[in-house]
Design a protein around this ligand. Sequence first.
Ligand SMILES: *[C@@H]1O[C@H](CO)[C@@H](O)[C@H](O)[C@H]1NC(C)=O
Ligand SMILES: *[C@@H]1O[C@H](CO)[C@@H](O)[C@H](O)[C@H]1NC(C)=O
Ligand SMILES: *[C@@H]1O[C@H](CO)[C@@H](O)[C@H](O)[C@H]1NC(C)=O
Ligand SMILES: *[C@@H]1O[C@H](CO)[C@@H](O)[C@H](O)[C@H]1NC(C)=O
Ligand SMILES: *[C@@H]1O[C@H](CO)[C@@H](O)[C@H](O)[C@H]1NC(C)=O
Ligand SMILES: *[C@@H]1O[C@H](CO)[C@@H](O)[C@H](O)[C@H]1NC(C)=O
Ligand SMILES: *[C@@H]1O[C@H](CO)[C@@H](O)[C@H](O)[C@H]1NC(C)=O
Ligand SMILES: *[C@@H]1O[C@H](CO)[C@@H](O)[C@H](O)[C@H]1NC(C)=O
Ligand SMILES: *[C@@H]1O[C@H](CO)[C@@H](O)[C@H](O)[C@H]1NC(C)=O
Length: 396
Amino acid sequence: MVAPRALISTTQWMLLITQLCAGWHCTDLEMPDSPIRNLMLDQWKMELNWMSSMNFTEDWCSVTAGDFSMTVMAEDMKCTFGNTAPPLHNGASFSVTAVNMNGTYSTVCRYIPQGINGSAIENFSCVIYNVSLMNCTWQAGRDAPEDTQYFLYWQNSRYDDAMECELYITDENGRNTGCRFQNVRIDVNKAYFLVNGSSKDSLIQFYDEYIRLYKIEILTPPLNVTANCTTDSVGCIITWQPPLTSHVENVKCFQYEIHIQTKDEPKEEEKDPPVRVRSNRYEFQNYNEKKKYILKMRARGRSCLISSNWGEWTEPIEFGQGKDYFIFVVLFLIALGTISVTLLQYCLFKRYCSFKSIFPPIPQPRDKFNISTDENSQTEYASPQNKQLYPGSNCG
Ligand SMILES: *[C@@H]1O[C@H](CO)[C@@H](O)[C@H](O)[C@H]1NC(C)=O
Ligand SMILES: *[C@@H]1O[C@H](CO)[C@@H](O)[C@H](O)[C@H]1NC(C)=O
Ligand SMILES: *[C@@H]1O[C@H](CO)[C@@H](O)[C@H](O)[C@H]1NC(C)=O
Ligand SMILES: *[C@@H]1O[C@H](CO)[C@@H](O)[C@H](O)[C@H]1NC(C)=O
Ligand SMILES: *[C@@H]1O[C@H](CO)[C@@H](O)[C@H](O)[C@H]1NC(C)=O
Ligand SMILES: *[C@@H]1O[C@H](CO)[C@@H](O)[C@H](O)[C@H]1NC(C)=O
Ligand SMILES: *[C@@H]1O[C@H](CO)[C@@H](O)[C@H](O)[C@H]1NC(C)=O
Ligand SMILES: *[C@@H]1O[C@H](CO)[C@@H](O)[C@H](O)[C@H]1NC(C)=O
Ligand SMILES: *[C@@H]1O[C@H](CO)[C@@H](O)[C@H](O)[C@H]1NC(C)=O
């Protein structure tokens, strides 16, 4: 039982070795006896080192990938490209050149990524939101075998250690199609992302990319937005605080866009075009006491290492007194009052009637001097005919 297992692990080990060797082709045809030998690339440190059989007064390295080319000076038979290196997924060419009094020597090695064409991921993109959260997503290569699984490794800066994704986003087949990051720190240096893949029977090409994290941040809305409309000033003073970021404290780094609409006619965007300011305060001059307004604003970076894309809008903020509305309310209340009073009066009147019918007034002691004339008025209440004169007697 042990033998096959050992065999498998040996084959895997050999595959890894072949993979490494297959991707690294050194052509020293021009100078078959070059003293510069055994070039090696540490892909995570972006460090190139070699061995030499001679002492040199000066040596340097170059890397070329597509249109990109750069040179760094060597130190102790080692060149560190760091954050300035190009992505390697399309292949690259490395060279070491060294000079001494005997002459100039050079060795060139090509880095050729292995794997089947079209198996690398596509459409890789990342976004930072809510200060320190990051999402990266991708799509499986169109020619990747069914069973391909992808893995993301990254370095916040090329001087940090590489870390694997901790929380993959997967599709319905369990294939990784993204990664969620927490506590992301935005560094001055570029971050490096590499997505490689594995499949049972094929080599999968990797994809790598450098990203300046601050450029992909979606800024949070400005904070503590308040509008202060006082009767003694002409307009309204709008104040706020800059959005939260993980890496910049400077208030002067932002530009703001302020959008103010009257509440009743929100479609009229042309009337009050968005205003852009650099300060933390804006005076709204077109203020009309009779109206209510809806305010929203967003921020973006200006200079400093802050995204120059507009961030999220604040929630709509309502301000203004809307005096028209106030007058309307007052009028409405007056009208309501009038109606109530009228109704009350009417009812009281009716009530008075019913009182009369339910508790017929006790005949008052008649004026002794007028008894004769009072006879008629007394009978008036008792007479059933007269009762009918008050048909609404049951009101109240
Ligand atoms: C120059 O070449 C000679 C022989 O080819 C060698 O002995 C000598 O060490 C070389 N000089 C240096 C500085 O390497
Ligand atoms: C290179 O220089 C060191 C001293 O700096 C010396 O010990 C060594 O022999 C030299 N090597 C060759 C090949 O010249
Ligand atoms: C993969 O594509 C590259 C160019 O995009 C081409 O040079 C290479 O021959 C292709 N390899 C295979 C195995 O088709
Ligand atoms: C990548 O995005 C482009 C444009 O949106 C799309 O045409 C292409 O199909 C996507 N690639 C994959 C593998 O889905
Ligand atoms: C942003 O993150 C904080 C904690 O870091 C969380 O409390 C808050 O709900 C998040 N907001 C959004 C909109 O995701
Ligand atoms: C980040 O990913 C999570 C989980 O897939 C998703 O709920 C969230 O909306 C994404 N946020 C952004 C800004 O893409
Ligand atoms: C992907 O890259 C990481 C880091 O270099 C490595 O440990 C891992 O073995 C690679 N995976 C595949 C499938 O090549
Ligand atoms: C926003 O206002 C609250 C209370 O007024 C205050 O505690 C908080 O510090 C303010 N936020 C910022 C970023 O200044
Ligand atoms: C509004 O502005 C007036 C002066 O213009 C000031 O006295 C008042 O405190 C301000 N109110 C708020 C809530 O900031």
